[in-house]
Design a protein around this ligand. Structure first.
Ligand code: DX5
Ligand code: ZN
Length: 224
């Protein structure tokens, strides 16, 4: 089942609860929260207090994408704030197995994220322990960037690996996913679709989400 994980980074923060409600009415089923620290990526966004606030206004699962250095230090706080899923960037984790176990120990679904320059094959050892793999289709740090076309082959590669290894983790994609690119990522095998600007543009999250999902669901994954 293909799902929309709408990224609140592109929402109108002065009306965040309304924006979330609109995206949910349009069919969004996961709230994607982009956490940036100004070190790993050149931007600063939200921390646990925002996750805690969002937790109070929706029942949808909260998917926290940690673009931060030393994520182990902050996992307990995000778990406590109400995260249902936490993903960490492969590039920030020298002890990735331990970090993923740390997420699991806090009762949260673990994910790993790879930047566009990180080979998919580097994930082989941790694939059996993750709930999802997030393939970045832009370099992280900002919303509204252009989709990198090579991401399609990277998703397909990951899907082949999943099949070969007999696993069932989910494949998430994030960055520049919009009405004109969503079909290609779904066909390649992505089933958790992160979209920010495509959803919150023009204050029309409900209509945008509905149209985005219509296009996404009309596309189906091609066989492995
Ligand atoms: C980028 C973030 C994304 C971002 C996507 O670093 O991880 O989740 O919000 O935004 P759009 O959909 O606008 O590319
Ligand atoms: Zn993200």
């Amino acid at each position: 089942m293909v799902e929309l994980a709408f990224s609140i980074l592109a929402a109108d923060f002065t009306h965040l609860a309304d924006e979330i409600a609109r995206a949910e009415r349009g069919g969004g089923t996961i709230v994607h929260v982009d956490v940036m620290d100004g070190h790993f990526v050149p931007n600063i966004t939200f921390g646990p207090p925002v996750v805690q606030a969002v937790r109070k206004v929706t029942k949808l699962p909260l998917d926290c994408h940690l673009m931060i250095e030393n994520p182990d230090e902050f996992i307990p706080e995000f778990a406590k704030a109400g995260a249902d899923m936490i993903s960490v960037q492969w590039e920030t984790c020298p002890h990735l197995n331990r970090t993923l176990q740390h997420i699991i120990d806090h009762g949260v679904l673990p994910g790993v994220v790879i930047n566009p320059a990180t080979p998919v094959d580097f994930l082989v050892e941790v694939l059996p322990m993750v709930h999802h793999v997030l393939v970045m289709s832009v370099n992280p740090g900002f919303g509204g960037q252009k989709f990198l076309p090579r991401s399609v082959e990277r998703i397909a590669h990951l899907r082949r690996l999943r099949h070969e290894m007999g696993l069932n983790f989910r494949i998430e994609v994030d960055g520049g996913v919009a009405d004109d690119t969503v079909e290609s990522v779904v066909r390649a095998g992505a089933d958790m679709l992160v979209a920010g600007s495509a959803i919150f543009a023009g204050g029309k999250a409900e209509e945008n989400a509905r149209e985005f999902l219509r296009i996404a669901r009309a596309a189906t994954a091609v066989s492995v």
